[in-house]
Design a protein around this ligand. Structure first.
Ligand SMILES: C[S@@+](CC[C@H](N)C(=O)[O-])C[C@H]1O[C@@H](n2cnc3c(N)ncnc32)[C@H](O)[C@@H]1O
Length: 297
């Protein structure tokens, strides 16, 4: 349950490091796989600052290395965290978005549609907004937004109507309560899996405010990375990948016209990097992963 197979470990870390004695940030510590590899590749004078908004991940840390400084915090606060420890600039930032197997495999966290558990999905269990609130308290308009924007469903209203109708009778409490609202018995295994992955993804993004966190981190990264330093971002769905790609290429977050924007980063590879066949076979969860590495100009 505790094991998380780090995705594109070698590629993401090797391309990140440009100064073996530099200061690096792993913004998504998880089970520490990427952090451990970064430490292996750095020299003794280096510093690694690692963050995770999930306190369980901090408590489970197994890395004993005095170069590692671990914080329970959201990466949206990166600037303030660095300021507190008197660091202005860093040589590189690694971000491995989404959730860990540790979170997914624990039914009580409510992340998985394959097991029954309370609808929770909070990565940070100290916040007071969970999947229960999203499903039982959101307005029709908000639910529509969540399923169209974060789930990219073609007909989100169909989903919204089912939720609204059922919750008039009784609250929707567990993952299976939610899944049972949809008549999936006739659909194939793949259709069902695809639908439920998108459904759960949409709710999780809303609960954890994932889009705003990512956008803020991208903007902050252009202020904190030294020229020649790098960002290495691994994402697992197209909404995140589009934001990262657009930001690196255009230097902004959306297509509102602003003149004279010089992108702060340049991509260091032509095509997006994906796991090789071997990795996909050994770790099927890596299949959707996309890695983008860019260098500060
Ligand atoms: C895919 S896992 C990272 C796995 C890690 N690279 C490893 O090798 O074990 C993503 C982790 O990022 C954390 N996370 C997601 N969004 C975050 C945020 N906005 N701030 C801090 N941590 C976040 C999650 O709690 C989770 O532990």
């Amino acid at each position: 349950m505790f094991y998380h197979n780090p995705v594109m470990l070698q590629e993401s870390v090797k391309l990140l490091i440009t100064n073996k004695n530099g200061i690096y940030v792993d913004a998504t510590f998880g089970c520490g796989g990427h952090s451990l590899e970064i430490l292996k590749q750095l020299d003794t004078q280096s510093i690694l600052i690692a963050l995770d908004q999930d306190n369980e991940s901090i408590k489970n840390n197994f890395i004993k290395d005095k170069r590692l400084h671990l914080f329970h915090d959201n990466f949206i606060n990166i600037k303030q965290i660095l300021k507190k420890i008197n660091i202005n600039k860093i040589s590189g930032l690694l971000v491995d978005l989404g959730f860990s197997s540790f979170q997914l495999n624990n039914p009580s966290r409510g992340f998985s549609h394959q097991v029954n558990g309370i609808l929770d999905m909070r990565m940070n269990q100290t916040i007071h907004y969970s999947a229960l609130d999203v499903i039982n308290k959101s307005s029709e308009k908000k639910l529509f937004y969540i399923f169209s924007k974060y789930g990219e469903f073609n007909n989100p209203m169909k989903i919204v109507k089912k939720i609204l109708k059922f919750r008039l009778k009784q609250p929707i409490i567990t993952t299976y309560d939610l899944i049972n609202l949809f008549f999936l018995k006739k659909s194939s295994f793949h259709q069902r899996k695809r639908f439920l992955s998108k459904l759960f993804q949409a709710i999780r993004i809303e609960v954890n405010n994932e889009i705003q966190c990512l956008q803020t981190l991208l903007i902050e990264s252009s202020n904190i990375i030294l020229p020649g330093g790098r960002i290495s971002f691994i994402s697992y769905h197209s909404i995140e990948d589009r934001i990262i790609k657009y930001f690196i290429k255009q230097g902004k977050l959306n297509n509102i016209k602003i003149n004279n924007i010089i992108p702060p980063f340049k991509m260091i590879h032509n095509k997006v990097i994906t796991p090789n066949i071997e990795e996909m076979k050994c770790n099927p969860k890596s299949r959707s992963a996309k890695l983008r590495v860019a260098e500060k100009i």
